[in-house]
Design a protein around this ligand. Structure first.
Ligand code: SF4
Ligand code: SF4
Length: 384
């Protein structure tokens, strides 16, 4: 049976290095995966945007360092890579996230995923449909051609998907602007997006997955609007879906409430698992609740959608008109008239990429009054 390993840990490198080495060895033993001399190993952290480690936006540099040293100890060739969401140049991002400093002097390749390759979404040589709707994907060539993938997500909330964990972290293997393009294609349909994420996972199948939950994020993550929260734990598995399920359990979230877990279950990829180590249950973890309520007769849909769905809203005074959100928006729903931003909610697909990239916490998730009232009423009925 699949194992999920849990270990209390800290960003004290002597402690963390041992905990990471032990966990990577245990995951290898549990799945009979060996990292051997000469193998090319991709280490895939969450490098969402340029931010200091204490902001909890990105995988902590010491977690990455421990993985790199483990790979080097095996005589293999580590490469740290991601395709990030912001417009900061990759070398500057690596510097500002503390990764360049942490890896200084180590023989490791640190480079952005830039080249895509088309791949059939097959598993074990068999066509992976109809459970998956995606026959062909374009993913980072380096990840597809690696001998081993070590997936190092950050434990964070996500305003569109609830949480971003191990499966969601692999979306960073979609290169550059293809990411927002997928958001645009799939709109606010979480089920479709989750199906895409699980299909990407089924193709890449990282051998080692360890989530950085020492300093996690709650609230309106995964960007600067989220709130860092100390959880003091790393968790790992050879199976990213089992790891995500175990994290949900730890946070008190219903496992199938995470769209990727549900999609994985529907696709036959949610294996039974056992916990190895002492699970630390977290109380009152704030997971954003988002609604997707596109319904009603066609003539009324626009009004219903704009009054009964959450949407991004600019925070007066906080916006520096830097245009990061304008550039990332896959639906071209944001315009800047040099005095303020304007959102076109008919175009907006509620992907919340704008919140992820805003460096000034100047956009929040807004719930219209009608939506709040409906939620209150339904709460009253639920508690009766
Ligand atoms: S305005 Fe924000 S939430 Fe809406 S489509 Fe653009 S990036 Fe996505
Ligand atoms: S909302 Fe944020 S990202 Fe968008 S222009 Fe203002 S400061 Fe820049």
């Amino acid at each position: 049976m699949v194992k999920v390993f849990v270990k209390e840990s800290a960003y004290d490198y002597a402690v963390l290095r041992k905990d990471m080495f032990d966990m990577m060895a245990a995951i290898g033993e549990s799945s009979s995966v060996r990292i051997s001399a000469g193998q090319r190993v991709i280490i895939k952290p969450n490098l969402l945007t340029s931010a200091r480690p204490d902001k909890a936006l990105t995988t902590h540099p010491l977690i990455i360092k421990a993985a790199v040293e483990y790979v080097l100890e095996k005589g293999a060739l580590p490469q740290v890579s991601d395709s990030h969401a912001s417009f900061t140049k990759f070398p500057r991002l690596i510097e500002e996230c503390g990764i360049a400093g942490a890896l200084n002097g180590l023989p490791v390749d640190i480079k952005e995923f830039t080249v895509s390759k088309k791949v059939l979404s097959t598993r074990g040589g068999k066509e992976f449909t109809p459970a998956s709707r995606y026959n062909t994907l374009e993913l980072a060539e380096d990840a597809l051609e690696a001998d081993i993938i070590i997936n190092l997500p950050k434990l964070k909330t996500h305003t569109q998907m609830g949480l971003t964990l191990a499966v969601k972290n692999l979306f960073g293997c979609v290169v550059g602007r293809r990411k927002p393009q997928w958001h645009f294609n799939l709109g606010e349909n979480k089920e479709l997006f989750a199906g895409l994420l699980v299909t990407i996972y089924s193709v890449l199948r990282p051998e080692i997955n360890i989530i950085d939950g020492i300093l996690g994020m709650e609230g309106d993550g995964p960007g600067t609007a989220g709130i860092p929260r100390h959880l003091g734990v790393i968790m790992g598995s050879s199976n990213a879906v089992a790891l995500d399920m175990a994290v949900c359990r730890m946070l008190g979230a219903e496992e199938m409430s995470l769209p990727t877990n549900k999609a994985a279950s529907d696709m036959g990829l949610a294996d039974e698992f056992t916990i190895s180590g002492e699970m630390k249950y977290v109380e009152n973890f704030i997971i954003p609740t988002l609604t997707s309520m596109v319904f009603g007769p066609p003539f009324a849909r626009k009004i219903l959608r704009n009054n009964l769905t959450s949407h991004p809203k600019n925070i007066e005074g906080a916006c520096k008109l830097c245009n990061e959100c304008v550039k990332i928006c896959p639906a071209q729903a944001i315009t800047n008239d040099a005095k303020r931003l304007h959102f076109d909610y008919d175009k907006c697909i509620r992907c919340y990429c704008c919140i992820e990239v805003c460096p000034h916490k100047a956009i929040r998730v807004y719930q219209p009054l009608a939506l709040k009232s409906i939620k209150k009423i339904s709460k009253v009925f639920h508690t009766r």
